[in-house]
Design a binder for this molecule. Structure first.
Ligand code: B3K
Ligand code: ZN
Length: 883
């Protein structure tokens, strides 16, 4: 069956099909159509009369003609759901304005004017969480990408930079704290209650505007910058959360210092404020001087947050802080340039975390994320270049491709230039474009001029989508080793033909006898095929390639498992060691799922994996943190990627069978490891953290091998837990197992943490993401739990995003899992479209699934697509996914 085609009418005319009416297509916006705005807005004054139900906004804009624009007789200001109560130009109330598709059109004849507009909005009714909205009795904003137009009429595009002064007034009981961007300038009392005025001296685009008003308390601290300026730091939370802000504050101070030392970037305001909000669509937002964060990326103590949560906080605090330069001081000309700030800032936060926590493990974590999220995106219907060419809703392009592949692309420049020359490139970029709205091309040029790279061909990484494949073969004859590298960049939507790209590969050839190599080298493969010869190898060497994951590509090679075992034991590049383990296991699983192994061959392959894992578990030279990485089985999604058409049930079954076999074969070693690690302290030092990691890893294998014995061990780990890492790890294993311990501990966990939203999120996601055969029933029941609500994005994600990763639930053969996610999308779309649209990509995998599941998945996409009145977000994702 050709599942790639939609049924059409006999004459192929879609008009004749008996199809539901197509929703009005939102317009396609193209990168090549960019042109500057006709007006400049040097000054913006905003006055907010705050109220949860109604907030009145008076915006006063000084505008003047943009010499780079057209001499139009009007100004067109973006608006979304707004009606002006009053419009005045140069002090005169004006009635000749019009509304055109939400935009306010005001006739303007002169060179410079002042426009004053009054609007009223209802924060309490704002369930989209874009613009000004209410969360837990406080008011806060989210404007990126196009939320500012839900507050007032404005040229809501990143290339219009303005200096903001903000005055807000409100009830001092409800809103004792009043914050905005920049520095506070004045405050006082008036008839409306109390008021505060803030001024941000740095011109910024509207997406960086922020306002917060609420009953908050702060952890305060200070930072002295490299030139001796004092900065007041504050992290604002609800009173009961104050003692969980210490780690966030430490992370902030480390980030500020690191950015001075590593990138030469100093902070530029007297204050830096962070506010934690419980209802938030993403992780955090880098508004100038007033970052707004999801509570998940602020609050932590050992009892309620895992080691992974601590790392997440450190990384996101750093990321948002680093945006102050890569994003705010130099912003984006248009949203197609999003990777200019996001890819670069992700690289900066990755390098920071490497320096804080160790390079090897952080690199492995980043690659794991890239492979499990970005690679599938790049091989599916939503594939796009890191600098997209078109969109209907920009919210759909905050993707792993723009962020994580974007970071890899800039990392490759750093690899080719070396850290010193790379720094010269970034210095030049910041110097040249400070105060500007720049493009990816500007960044590339600064790298060429500052770092001395020739990036002519490298620009293809910005314009071509798809993960390149590099076929690698190594021949040995006489004393010469011949390395052949061949690249292909797969076709992606709208890009059937691709050109070869420069792919920097760090490699080393190991001498088997000594277990060493002669030195690493960097080979840049910039043609379709390239052959390199190495002399002086009497014996066939072992090739270690793409060390440190120097290029975001898929390496394809047929390699003897015995050579992979060698690399897993001997490679001096930690990433390559991890990679050898992954390659060994993925290679085996791909063959077994394909049914291509005899019993004898299967046990031989398992034997090799068992040996390598035994070496990892027992190698005294490894620290536990690295051991934990090497012990991790490749993710189901990454294994699925290896197949053109995957059978999730079969992959899951083989992966579990291998896990069980390893759990049984290495039971003694794994039990000893668990025992040894259980003796470690519960501190935050690397040794204690490493011990916690391997403890749960050991439990995962043991649970597959001997569920009953492991349930007892997991229950004991749960009971003895002094940290959330241990407790969650044990509960995660138990939720996948049948038996009374599962129920007991789930009840205990809920009772222990009832009312703590972030921990209850874990309780939802552990059950929804579990390997339990009844996971669908569990998710249905949880959706009816009194603590579940579609209004809170964290809660929605904790239940349903976790579920989309379950082979037995989401991919149930009946199609019920797909139906549940489609039902969720339909229910959530009218409430919060940007969160709803995030659930479409898991349903977009249909072309890569076996025919039965593919048909079921596709039918669900069609059902969503047929719904009238879909949001732009969901409409675009569904249409592209059906392709
Ligand atoms: N820049 C924001 C993301 C905004 C997403 C809007 N849909 C957070 C970040 O990447 O730092
Ligand atoms: Zn960012």
């Amino acid at each position: 069956m050709d599942i790639a085609r939609t049924p059409s009418t006999p004459d192929g005319n879609p008009e004749m099909a008996d199809a539901p009416p197509t929703p009005k297509e939102p317009p396609l916006i193209r990168r090549e159509d960019y042109r500057p705005f006709d007006w400049l807005v040097p000054k913006t004054h905003l006055d907010f009369a705050l109220g949860l139900e109604t907030t009145r906004v008076t915006a006063t804009l000084k505008v003047e003609r943009n010499p780079a624009g057209l001499p139009t007789p009007e100004i067109r200001l973006d608006g979304d759901g707004l009606t002006p109560l009053e419009v005045a130009v140069d002090g005169q109330v004006l009635n000749s304005w019009t509304l055109d598709d939400g935009k306010l059109v005001v006739p303007l004849s002169g060179e410079a004017h002042e426009i004053r507009m009054v609007t009223e909005i209802s924060p309490a009714a704002n369930s989209q969480l874009m613009g000004l909205y209410a969360s837990n009795g406080m008011l806060c904003t989210q404007c990126e990408a196009e939320g500012f137009r839900r507050i007032t009429f404005f040229p809501d595009r990143p290339d219009v930079l303005s200096t903001y002064t903000v005055r807000m007034s409100g009830d001092p009981e409800a809103f004792p704290v009043l914050l905005s961007n920049g520095n506070p300038v004045a405050s006082g009392e008036d008839a409306g209650g109390h008021w505060a005025e803030w001024h941000d001296p740095w011109p910024k685009p509207s997406y960086l505007f922020a306002l917060v008003a609420g009953d908050l308390v702060a952890r305060k601290d200070r930072f002295t910058t490299i030139t001796g300026r004092e900065v007041d730091l504050a992290i604002w939370v609800r009173a009961e959360d104050l003692d969980r802000t210490g780690h966030a504050m430490e992370s902030l101070k480390h980030s500020m210092k690191w950015d001075e030392e590593v990138f030469g970037r100093e902070y530029d305001l007297d204050q830096f404020n962070i506010v934690a909000v419980g209802d938030f669509n993403m992780g955090a937002m880098e508004n100038k001087g007033l970052n707004v964060f999801n509570t998940k990326y602020v609050l932590a103590d050992a009892e309620t947050a895992t080691d992974g949560d601590y790392d997440g906080i450190e990384g996101v605090i750093a990321h948002e802080y680093f945006h102050n330069w890569s994003g705010n001081r130099v912003t984006c000309r248009d949203w197609f340039q999003l990777s200019l700030k996001e890819g670069f800032t992700v690289l900066r936060d990755q390098l920071f975390s490497q320096d804080m926590r160790g390079e090897a493990v952080k690199r492995i974590e980043d690659v794991r994320l890239l492979r499990s999220v970005q690679f599938p995106e790049d091989s599916g219907p939503l594939a796009h270049p890191i600098r997209p060419d078109s969109f209907r809703e920009i919210g759909n392009f905050y993707t792993s491709t723009v962020y994580n592949k974007g970071a890899e692309v800039i990392r490759m420049m750093r690899t080719m230039a070396g850290p010193e020359r790379f720094r010269q490139g970034t210095d030049l970029y910041f110097e040249r474009h400070d105060g500007e709205a720049a493009t990816c091309e500007d960044f590339i040029r600064a790298m060429e001029d500052g770092a001395g790279l020739d990036l002519a061909q490298f620009r293809l990484w910005y314009s071509q989508a798809g993960t390149p494949k590099v076929e690698v073969s190594l021949e040995h004859e006489g004393d010469t080793a011949t390395l052949t590298l061949r690249q292909t960049v797969p076709p992606t939507p709208d890009q059937p033909d691709k050109q070869p790209m420069p792919i920097p590969l760090r490699l080393a050839l190991f001498d088997r006898a000594t277990g060493t190599h002669r030195g690493e080298e960097l080979v840049v493969l910039d043609q379709v095929e390239s052959v390199v010869r190495y002399g002086g190898f009497a014996e066939r060497p072992v090739l270690s390639i793409n060390r440190g994951f120097s290029a975001p590509v898929a390496i394809e090679r047929s390699i003897d498992p015995e050579e992979l075992v060698f690399l897993a034991k001997h490679d001096d590049d930690a990433f390559a060691r991890y990679e050898a383990m992954q390659e060994l296991i993925v290679g085996h699983l791909v063959t077994t799922v394909g049914g291509g192994l005899s019993d004898a061959a299967r046990s031989e392959a398992r034997g090799a994996i068992g040996e390598a894992l035994r070496a990892v578990v027992t190698d005294d030279r490894l620290d536990d943190s690295m051991r934990g990485e090497l012990m991790m089985l490749p993710a189901q999604s990454y294994i699925s990627e290896q197949f053109l058409v995957a059978d999730p049930g079969a992959i899951h079954a083989e992966r579990e069978a291998l896990k069980a076999w390893l759990g049984q074969t290495l039971e003694a070693e794994l039990t000893a490891l668990h025992r040894r690690a259980s003796g470690q302290s519960s501190g935050m030092d690397p040794a204690a953290r490493g011990a916690r990691k391997v403890k749960t890893q050991a439990l995962v294998f043991l649970a597959a091998g001997n569920p009953q014995a492991a349930a007892t061990l997991a229950a004991a780990q749960y009971d003895a837990a002094e940290t959330m890492t241990d407790r969650q790890g044990a509960l995660m294993v138990l939720t996948g197992l049948p038996g009374p311990e599962r129920t007991h501990k789930l009840i205990d966990f809920y009772n222990r943490f009832q009312g703590d939203a972030l921990v209850i999120d874990k309780w939802f996601s552990l059950q929804a993401g579990s390997l339990h055969p009844n996971v669908i029933e569990h998710v249905k029941a949880l959706a009816g739990h009194p603590d579940f609500t579609l209004k809170n994005p964290n809660r929605v994600r904790s239940l349903y995003m976790a579920f989309t990763g379950t082979p037995l639930g989401f991919h149930a053969e009946s199609g019920e899992g797909y139906r549940m996610i489609a039902d969720l999308i339909l229910a959530l779309d009218p409430i919060n479209p940007s969160t709803a649209a995030r659930f479409v990509p898991p349903l977009g995998r249909w072309r890569r699934l076996e025919p039965k599941r593919a048909a079921l998945m596709r039918a669900e996409l069609e059902r969503i697509g047929a719904q009238p009145g879909l949001s732009r977000d969901t409409f675009e994702q569904v249409t592209r996914s059906l392709g």
